[in-house]
Ligand binder design. Structure first.
Ligand SMILES: *[C@@H]1O[C@H](CO)[C@@H](O)[C@H](O)[C@H]1NC(C)=O
Ligand SMILES: *[C@@H]1O[C@H](CO)[C@@H](O)[C@H](O)[C@H]1NC(C)=O
Ligand SMILES: *[C@@H]1O[C@H](CO)[C@@H](O)[C@H](O)[C@H]1NC(C)=O
Ligand SMILES: *[C@@H]1O[C@H](CO)[C@@H](O)[C@H](O)[C@H]1NC(C)=O
Ligand SMILES: *[C@@H]1O[C@H](CO)[C@@H](O)[C@H](O)[C@H]1NC(C)=O
Ligand SMILES: *[C@@H]1O[C@H](CO)[C@@H](O)[C@H](O)[C@H]1NC(C)=O
Ligand SMILES: *[C@@H]1O[C@H](CO)[C@@H](O)[C@H](O)[C@H]1NC(C)=O
Ligand SMILES: *[C@@H]1O[C@H](CO)[C@@H](O)[C@H](O)[C@H]1NC(C)=O
Ligand SMILES: *[C@@H]1O[C@H](CO)[C@@H](O)[C@H](O)[C@H]1NC(C)=O
Length: 484
């Protein structure tokens, strides 16, 4: 055999036996001042991130992704499931508006790979409200994709929360939650029929909150962690254990070979004890080296998840904090696209690249006026917090130990920034004061928001210019300057 052929065989063998699953990110847009989509796409490209999972089908986002060669999962919000179950027509137009439109059109296509039906519709806290619509909605979307001749390119999946399983580190029996039995039976059969993977969230941080007596090291992939046993296998980290829990359940119900996509996994950096950039960095480096080592898990040796989507790309200051104040701090990057720590996501450089040319509001902050009677200030601050983002002030957060009344200033400033620095949003019954001196201290940053209206203003201006040009051309047309 000529040597080039040997090399070829080796390469093919290597790719066959070392299939390292791709790493992507969740890109949510629950932010008061989101980083403009075009800048986010640049951020993805400059960090070699080639897969994103979205929570909806925001047209601005999908447009920005077109031509980028980034593979996309578009999401259907839970609130739409009822309609999509009962109306095939609604499913057809959803696919037409939110998939087909971006995938036809020659060169500038958006690479949509999956439609995610619902966003963790099985979360225990939602009760059973979405269960009756899920399979019908998935089937209608599948049929709509087939009609659009896209079913060979786009798969229909359902992102499942980790609490769909009932298990414990100590439990040898794991199973799907009994209330889910019927829906899950139908879902797995649907996925299997179409060769689609199971999308499953794995939440080491939340598991850590719920199991106080397991060492943090076990969640952070530390070599020093005490191993845990599960069904006669030994686990050195919580990720492998959780992953094999999913494999065990799938095998028990007849799908031992179904592919698994880790739909969300991450470690937050603020808003709770043990949520910090340092620990998140340790976690993420551990996760990446686990995935890149391709050791797999005891039940699926030498096999990585098909894909792994990090929660999350950016911090979002309007995410629901129902399950904790850390929810707004999942980002690898801060809200303005600046890396919180460094990790090799497979881009083979050890550091992340920040977003460039971010436009901010002016260097102005709103603080409490110390010369005023502050006896009512706490009430004003609480009101500000209800409408803004004070999660950094919570126990264990980056601003927890700033003393009173600095914490009042933090609340005032968050409200002021979220309201685009309008003078009247720093009033607070005369207690607010606008300053150009940065009140940040130590770890506690008083952020300045991104300038968002500017971009819209530019777009409006461009639009007006086009209108003006058209009017001018029409006005000059009778002179026969153009068509002679
Ligand atoms: C889901 O859609 C089907 C078909 O239209 C309908 O028969 C069924 O009642 C719907 N389910 C619910 C819970 O509305
Ligand atoms: C397309 O998706 C967007 C965002 O999720 C949604 O608001 C819109 O209703 C969808 N289009 C149709 C026809 O359902
Ligand atoms: C949990 O594990 C401990 C020791 O590892 C054992 O003593 C106990 O019986 C187990 N409990 C259950 C419910 O399996
Ligand atoms: C549903 O329950 C039945 C009976 O307990 C069980 O055999 C089956 O595996 C369960 N299916 C799922 C998907 O949990
Ligand atoms: C954690 O604590 C619970 C209750 O105190 C106990 O049942 C369980 O075995 C402990 N788990 C481990 C891994 O030590
Ligand atoms: C932080 O993690 C350590 C180690 O697991 C744990 O003992 C501690 O309770 C955690 N703190 C909080 C507030 O969860
Ligand atoms: C504090 O609030 C109470 C009730 O609204 C009001 O009566 C009082 O005048 C306020 N005090 C100051 C210093 O503004
Ligand atoms: C807050 O605590 C951190 C360490 O937990 C410390 O480095 C910092 O100096 C403290 N800040 C203030 C204002 O006390
Ligand atoms: C600020 O700190 C004071 C004193 O610790 C506390 O009573 C108040 O609730 C805090 N306010 C906010 C908005 O965190």
């Amino acid at each position: 055999m000529p040597p080039t052929c040997c090399i070829l065989v080796l390469i093919i063998a290597a790719t066959m036996f070392c299939v390292v699953g791709a790493v992507g990110v969740n890109w949510g847009t629950m932010a008061s001042h989101p980083l403009p989509s075009s800048k986010v796409v640049k951020l993805l490209k400059s960090n070699n991130i080639n897969k994103v999972k979205l929570f909806d089908a925001n047209s601005d986002v999908l447009q920005a992704l077109s031509g980028s060669n980034v593979a996309v999962t578009v999401g259907i919000p839970n609130a739409m499931l009822r309609t999509l179950n009962s109306s095939k027509k609604a499913a057809d137009s959803w696919v037409h508006d939110n998939v087909t439109r971006y995938m036809s059109n020659g060169g500038t296509v958006t690479r949509i790979e999956y439609v995610a039906v619902g966003d963790e519709p099985f979360l225990k806290s939602y009760g059973e409200q979405f269960h009756p619509f899920l399979i019908g909605a998935s089937m209608n979307i599948q049929a709509a994709l087939m009609k659009a001749k896209l079913d060979n390119k786009v798969k229909v999946v359902v992102p499942c929360s980790f609490d769909s399983l009932e298990s414990g580190f100590n439990l040898s029996e794991v199973h799907f939650r009994p209330d889910l039995n019927k829906t899950m039976t139908e879902l797995l059969s649907f996925l299997d029929k179409h060769g689609s993977p199971l999308f499953m969230t794995i939440s080491p941080f939340i598991t850590h909150l719920q199991t106080k007596n397991i060492s943090l090291d076990f969640f952070l992939f530390k070599d020093s962690a005490r191993p845990h046993n599960f069904r006669h296998k030994t686990y050195k980290n919580s990720f492998a254990l959780s992953y094999d829990t999913v494999v065990t359940v799938l095998s028990a119900v007849g799908y031992p070979n179904m592919e698994i996509v880790v739909a969300k996994i991450g470690w937050p950096t603020d808003g709770a004890a043990n949520a910090s950039s340092n620990l998140a960095e340790t976690f993420m480096k551990g996760l990446m080296s686990h995935l890149h080592s391709n050791l797999g898990t005891p039940l699926r040796p030498h096999k990585s998840p098909l894909e792994t989507y990090i929660l999350s790309l950016l911090d979002e200051d309007q995410r629901s904090i129902a399950s904790g104040n850390f929810e707004r701090h999942w980002g690898l990057f801060t809200f303005d696209g600046q890396a919180k720590y460094h990790v090799d996501l497979g881009q083979s450089s050890k550091s992340l690249v920040n977003a460039q040319n971010v436009e901010y509001l002016s260097s102005k902050w709103c603080v409490v006026n110390n010369n005023k009677d502050l006896s009512n200030a706490t009430a004003s601050a609480l009101e500000a917090c209800a409408n803004a983002d004070c999660t950094a002030l919570s126990p264990g957060g980056s601003c927890f130990n700033i003393s009173w009344p600095s914490n009042i200033s933090y609340a005032f400033n968050s409200y002021y920034q979220q309201h685009d620095q309008l003078a009247e949003s720093c009033d607070f019954g005369g207690l607010g004061l606008i300053t150009t001196v940065d009140p940040s201290m130590d770890r506690c940053r008083f952020p300045i928001e991104i300038r968002v209206s500017q971009a819209e203003f530019h777009r409006l201006c461009n639009f007006l210019w086009v209108i003006l040009l058209v009017i001018t051309l029409l006005a000059l047309e009778p002179l026969g300057l153009f068509w002679q």
